[in-house]
Design a protein. Structure first.
Length: 160
């Protein structure tokens, strides 16, 4: 028998922003922190009035939660009351989901380091943990990658 996931939400902040599709509606960006089965995490979620929602989780140990843990955390965040709410509608410098996502991503994984990888060596780069940026059409790794020194030994950094 599976034991239930123990979720403890310790911080929940809501940011209310204008929704780009309809000026009368509000997008809610949620930044949360807590633990799942004793593992600390941070989360960023957005909830749009057209019922689309997304959730990104960042574990302190860099690992990933199971699907069941992910769903338990999601339910916990959805059900949690906001400890702080900031209404940023009409603010000229309102920071959206992408801003908070980038901040957490950099905190946990570091900055992207782009690499010069010839097509003939793409499998080698992938085996070392490099990832493909489809938008920029370049290979990259993160500055916090445990394989950074190995990757830099075989591939040159690429300037943007």
């Amino acid at each position: 028998m599976l034991s239930p996931d123990i979720i403890n939400i310790t911080q929940t902040t809501h940011y209310l922003m204008e929704y780009p599709k309809d000026e009368r509606e509000v997008r809610k960006v949620v930044v949360a922190a807590g633990t799942c089965n004793g593992v600390p995490f941070e989360a960023i979620a957005k909830s749009d009035p057209d019922f689309s929602a997304s959730l990104s989780l960042f574990r302190e140990d860099g690992d990933q939660f199971s699907k069941i843990e992910f769903q338990s955390i999601r339910r916990g965040i959805i059900g949690a009351k906001a400890m702080e709410t900031f209404d940023l509608r009409g603010a000229s410098e309102a920071k959206g989901y992408e801003y908070y996502y980038d901040q957490m991503h950099e905190k946990y994984y570091g900055q992207k380091i782009y690499l010069r990888v010839p097509f003939s060596r793409k499998d080698e780069a992938k085996a070392l943990g490099a990832k493909w940026d489809n938008l920029l059409k370049k290979w990259f790794t993160f500055s916090n990658s445990p394989n950074l020194l190995k990757i830099e030994k075989y591939f040159i950094r690429d300037k943007l």
